[in-house]
Ligand binder design. Structure first.
Ligand code: NDP
Length: 258
């Protein structure tokens, strides 16, 4: 197979959550440029419109859908709407995420519920509904790509609930890969290090950023376009024998010198 064919997503449709900003916007561009139709989903439709307006050089179908991953009704309504527009949603990207900083002794119950419901329960519930709707249509294959984090592999002071949610998302990736292989559904995750987005720009602009960047072997945060290759590998047939894999994209941050 030629390289182009290996990564080609023509004829596929991808649902990307949190597609209106940051990494979700980059994932949307990457999948679109590889030929996929897109269902862009999040709470702020105006941000999704911005992403959609960037994707105008090809002929695929790009539609936006309102979605709050913390609300089960919103998830099922969203999938009903998407299924009216697209015959098949072949690739599900669980990218939506958030953090509430603070040490675990100071975090409130609401912090815990908000972060866990968005970063962990949301991907579980959406994946479950997505699988159900595929099986109802007798579509026995598919790809799930979760956006985890290197904080799922190592602890991070002051960002505990987030790190715990990502550790669990990483393990849920393996668990789903194991259980859903029988449906020919591949489930993988990327675990990015630091990439400048709305989620962390305050931190990257603060004085705490410098010592952190010095611990990254490549000595810089990632450029968001450096996620393209890993995303395409896991979303396309190039990764057809990969499931349960966690692809770390962090400039070597996790293997820093001890
Ligand atoms: P952003 O804040 O730019 O993006 C987060 C997106 O998630 C927003 O577009 C937001 O859209 C969406 N979102 C949040 N809550 C919900 C919800 N309840 N329902 C639906 N959508 C929601 O940050 P990033 O792009 O950085 O984050 C994207 C993913 O990447 C997250 O999972 C994050 O943990 C992960 N990540 C980021 C890293 C980085 O360095 N930036 C490193 C490692 C992982 P809206 O508000 O419109 O709903």
């Amino acid at each position: 197979m030629t390289t182009n064919k290996l990564f080609n997503l023509e004829g596929k449709t991808a649902l990307v959550t949190g597609a209106g900003s940051g990494i979700g916007q980059e994932i949307s561009k990457t999948l679109y440029n590889a030929g996929a139709n897109l269902a862009l989903a999040a709470r702020r439709k105006e941000k999704l419109e911005e992403t959609k307006s960037m994707l105008n050089n090809k002929s695929q179908n790009v539609e936006i859908f309102s979605l709050d991953v913390t609300e089960e009704n919103s998830i099922s309504d969203c999938l009903v709407e998407i299924n009216k527009t697209f015959a098949s949603v072949d690739i599900l990207v669980n990218n939506a995420g958030m953090t509430i900083v603070g040490t675990l002794d100071k975090n409130e119950e609401d912090d815990w519920n908000n972060v866990i419901n968005t970063n962990l329960r949301g991907p579980w519930a959406l994946s479950k509904f997505w699988l159900k709707s595929r099986l109802e249509k007798d579509q026995k294959d598919g790809v799930i790509l979760n956006v985890s984090s290197i904080t799922g592999e190592a602890a991070q002071k002051g960002n505990g609930i987030y790190a715990i949610s990502k550790a669990a998302l990483t393990h849920m990736t393996r668990q789903m890969a194991l259980e859903w292989a029988k449906y020919n559904v591949r489930v993988n995750a990327i675990a990015p290090g630091y990439f400048r987005t709305d989620l962390n720009s305050e931190f990257l602009d603060s004085e705490m950023s410098d010592p952190m960047i010095k611990r990254v072997p490549l000595r810089r945060p990632g450029n968001i376009t450096e996620l393209e290759g890993p995303i395409l590998l896991l979303a396309s047939d190039a990764g057809s024998y990969m499931t349960g894999s966690i692809l770390v994209v962090d400039g070597g941050h996790l293997v820093r010198d001890l």
